[in-house]
Ligand binder design. Structure first.
Ligand code: SF4
Ligand code: SF4
Ligand SMILES: [Zn+2]
Length: 249
């Protein structure tokens, strides 16, 4: 019997076959582990979508109009006053970034990409989730980087660097989600869209990406969102272009 490695398909002996069907190369073992992790993740996503669909079918009588289900993450942190040391650390990062970008003449290194307009249904999904992806904006300084500041500089040619820093600092709300992005208030992001990091308008988590595809394919104008924490459903809503609505309203 000829046995072959499941990854590179080179011949392997019977011992390697019974030990898992891989040759002895570290690369094949690494790639196989990645493949298994990917498959497990896809199964996990499919299970969350099924749960979201089951909740939808229990809560909503069948309608002729499609209502694709979205399995979304959830931000459940408390809203707290922004500690002064966090404000200062953010201000120091921002000032140094802005000065560094303005120190160079009209830079050619960074592509000028406009911030994307977000879609109403996607916004409703993000409102139900409450901005799980913005939590890491805390340690990543609102994801602001040289590319973003280059773009803002090009769009606001009359603004000088100090004014720009002040504009950003003035937009910080007094309270935000604990340890999250300084702009993530209880009502969502309060930073004007044209000042947000380019990635803020372009990022879709897996749950939102799946929902956008499902909504587009079904031609849906509404959806049903379920927010999950550690795989457990914690909130649900009908997603409409005006925002999320409780299913029993
Ligand atoms: S992109 Fe995903 S994680 Fe981010 S706010 Fe929207 S639903 Fe939540
Ligand atoms: S700037 Fe707004 S969209 Fe971007 S991470 Fe912060 S809260 Fe989220
Ligand atoms: Zn191999």
């Amino acid at each position: 019997m000829n046995y072959r490695c499941k990854v590179c398909e080179k011949p392997i002996d019977v011992h390697d076959h019974v030990r898992g069907g891989l040759c002895r190369s570290a690369e094949c073992r690494r790639r196989y582990a990645g493949r298994v992790a990917h498959e497990e993740y896809q199964e996990h996503r499919a299970a969350l979508r099924r749960t979201a669909e089951e909740i939808r079918d229990r809560r909503i009588p069948p309608t002729p109009e499609p209502l694709p289900a979205a399995a979304l993450p959830s931000n459940d942190r408390p809203v707290v006053p922004l500690p002064e040391e966090r404000r200062e650390a953010f201000a120091a990062y921002l000032r140094s970034l802005v000065l560094q970008v303005y120190a160079e003449p009209g830079d050619q290194h960074h592509p000028l990409r406009p911030a994307l307009e977000s879609e109403p249904l996607a916004r409703a999904a993000c409102a139900l989730c409450r901005g799980h992806c913005c939590l890491k904006g805390g340690i990543h300084n609102a994801y602001l980087d040289a590319t973003t500041i280059e773009r803002v500089r090009a769009e606001r040619p009359a603004t000088d660097p100090e004014e720009l820093v002040e504009t950003y600092l003035a937009a910080i709300p007094p309270e935000s989600f604990e340890e999250a992005c300084v702009y993530q208030s209880a009502t969502g992001c309060v930073l004007p869209e044209d000042l947000r990091a380019t990635i803020c308008g372009a990022f879709f988590c897996d749950g939102l990406a799946e929902f956008r595809v499902a909504a587009r394919e079904a031609g849906a104008t509404r959806g049903f969102g379920v927010a999950f924490r550690d795989g457990v459903p914690v909130r649900e809503a009908i997603l409409t272009p005006d925002g999320p609505h409780p299913p029993d309203e």
